[in-house]
Design a protein around this ligand. Sequence first.
Ligand SMILES: *Cc1c(COP(=O)(O)O)cnc(C)c1O
Length: 357
Amino acid sequence: MKIHNFYAGPSILPDYTIENTAKAIHNFAGTGLSIMEISHRSKEFIAVVDEAVALFKELLQIPEGYSVLFLGGGASTQFAMVPFNLLNKKAAYLNTGVWAKKAIKEAKMLGNTEVVASSEDKNFNYIPKGFTIPTDADYFHITTNNTIYGTEIKFDMDSPVPLVADMSSDIFSRPVDISKYALIYGGAQKNLAPAGVTFVIIRNDILGKVNRVIPTMLNYQTHIEGESMFNTPPVLPIFAALQTLKWLKNNGGIENMQKVNIKKAGLLYSEIDRNPMFKATVTDQEDRSLMNICFVMNNGFEDKEKAFFEFATSKGMIGIKGHRSVGGFRASTYNALPIESVQALIDTMKEFESLNQ
Ligand SMILES: *Cc1c(COP(=O)(O)O)cnc(C)c1O
């Protein structure tokens, strides 16, 4: 039976990434050594980092004046690094879910933090609108894709202060106007690489404006100067990330990914909206994520949740259980998920409907 991988993260990667990484585990770049047993300062590995940085810049059209970093610690460490490096007088945050709240918690430890707007009143099933970003903030932090709730900010907003974005689960899913952001970060394990590497895209001129002492490893300047080699970087995940970047380039780049992602998400949301047994948790079309599609049993069918989960599992649908704070189901439709998997899930939902008539 074909397995369809809808896990939210770590999650599906292109076959290309997995095959090339498997080969490099045995013999990396013709060295006769595994990628797991070579020096991060070897010329072969430095070439991997250089190419990965170059492809980040090319695929995302990153303007001059920005650095691309590959760090450890996950997006969760960025929650602290951002205020450590940028928060002087005041930080501003948009509260769109658990990840945003965790970021806010870290900022509050370091200084005055204003939550500009929140969607917590409705369990984060929408993106707040009509808020004003305070002009006296050092930066404004957003989470562009809310992996748990299936909401997404699918445009690049204007901000009067430096804009900082957690793009863990939607990086490379759509073209981004990088010039609108001062800093973008994310864990790679959603749409890029295996867990272990964190990417940071940072405009160099936003640094050096805070008075506090910053621990060496938490200081972006350390990693900019060290070119992601200040300490041992996550060698294998960076190698895998490079494979995904090459795959992106060979498959029409981010513009094509966006096209396919719109198509995949469109098909699945249409079925959720059509099928009387299910309903989407995010009703505002504009806020619906293209990456994580959340749905629950419709009114009157609540008792069928377990049955659908078991039925879908029997059809090869893996990882569709919703996050415990939302319940129901979540189908993650990252770049590497083929449209056939979306179609298979739709067929499963239709079949479940006909069995329950
Ligand atoms: C998964 C996720 C995180 C946490 O990432 P870690 O690398 O596990 O720290 C943060 N933000 C978003 C939006 C996520 O999806």
